[in-house]
Write a new protein. Sequence first.
Length: 266
Amino acid sequence: MSPDSPSSSVPLRVFITGASSGIGAALARHYAGQGACQGLVARRREVLASLAAELPGEPACYGADVTDAAALEAAARDFIDRFGAPHLVIGCAGVSVGTLAGGEDLAAFCRVMAVNVNGLAATFAPFVAPMAALADGRPRRLVGIASVAGIRGLPGAAAYSASKAAAIAYLESLRLELGPQGIRVVTIAPGYIATPMTAINPYPMPFLLPAPEAARRFARAIERGVSYTVIPWPMGVVAKLLRLLPNWLYDRLFTRAPRKPRGLPL
């Protein structure tokens, strides 16, 4: 899905949530450099406006929380009315915070699930029918950013692991439903990416990738239309090995693993 594809006479249209920082901002910069027409969504309007001022092409900016389905629908409608249905929608909005599995962190648990799961569904819902109707020769993709944390439950990360496991299953179901309509659903499960979300992690992060490099690798996977990929690939090997561990061994190795600080997601 690059401007030099056979259908390059049609401008690439991209819609990204969680675009004000981290992976979302890195992808916005990447696609701006490709000359794409972009719609960018983030809760922090001022930060999003600052990013947009750096980008060529004057992206359309929408201040919205992905848990507000009505606001996302309004943003989608405005983008489609102005530019046409996007060829590529990337659900990047996500939050992570340490949580206990008991009841003390229930509010944080609910917020993480609302953003990382419900927000992903709310991001895609307004675009499915308009994208299915597109017939301009460009590939159509819905892309969900999951995580290797969704492969197995991690101590102190019940909400985040559960939300990303749910996202992976949701995206798989969506892939089966939308494939016959010509829309490919791409699941990207990042390992550790250098973003504000990971900056507070009080433990070593193997294979840590800078966000711009991660965005380039994500974009290559998206262009290929892969169904599921872990980036960087060594974390994919680790994830497969963890999945194969019997419960008794996994429990012994990870019960005392370092944990992300607790609190309410920002």
